[in-house]
Design a protein. Sequence first.
Length: 326
Amino acid sequence: MNRRRADDVLNGVKPVHWFGVAAATVMVLAAVVLVPGTVGAPGPPLPATCPQRWDSNKIGDWVPDAAALDGVEDSLVPGTPASALICAYPGQNANPGGESLAGSRTLTDQAKPMAYALGYLPVTTDRVGKVCTLVGGHMTNYLIRFAYPDGQALWVGSAEEVNSCVTTTNGTVVTSSYVGPSITAAYRTGTWKLLQRESPCNPGTGRRGQNERMVPDGAIKVLVCRDEQIGSSTPRPSHAPEHGEQQARELAAELNSLDAEPGGNTCREVGGGRRETLYLHFGYEEGPPAWVRITPHCRPSVDNGMLVGDLDDALLDRIGRLAQPA
């Protein structure tokens, strides 16, 4: 292992929430377009060392080559790799592109849990619009080379960035789930751990399948959180306990019946009155929770980071009752 710690690698970035229509002057609409790769005959062998430069002006959204592995269209990291080489490219988000390699670290026993966590992230090949704050500061691009026992390899590109607005890709699919601080921690310590959100009500990384359904199948519980604080960026949890499997699956079925289409966290405010946001977190026997955000004063009023839709007053009232104290 050849590794040099980069002074510019950030020690941690607090999540920046999308919500705040009044602050639209500091936001920008970003979009990603990706052409699906071809899965079939093996391509040229991927290099076993880090590229000396980040050869793109995109933050996170770049890999040297898209691998022709089974499953790359459905999962960011398919299968079970034997090792992971992390390459770090620190720089400034105001002038991205061409960052020099600052160091590398190889994970062996930690490659499997890292691949498992990244493989559960929701991915898509669709064009997804998202709203990001525009705070200038440090960022670190990362390339991760996953090597498999049969000699094949897969690159994943990601980043840690002050606005927490990063596209992660394997060259075929992308995700907007933010895992930059977790990658930074693995690069620094050699141990992988998917860092948890500070509040159980804050949106997490999401769950594989959210590009196809608002709530993936198999939910066994749901926590409903309400944010009524005007201008607040942190929702507070409801005082009611988590609701059980029957309510979770009934609610998931109703959300999945909505007419949904690809979309991110964009919001067009309508009407007046008190601003309110509801967050639904669906738990599963295995893997991360899926989250859904409901903003009744916006159109579209429902999103999960991958899909958007609108719900009627009856369903909104039912969800609101679930958020009430017991």
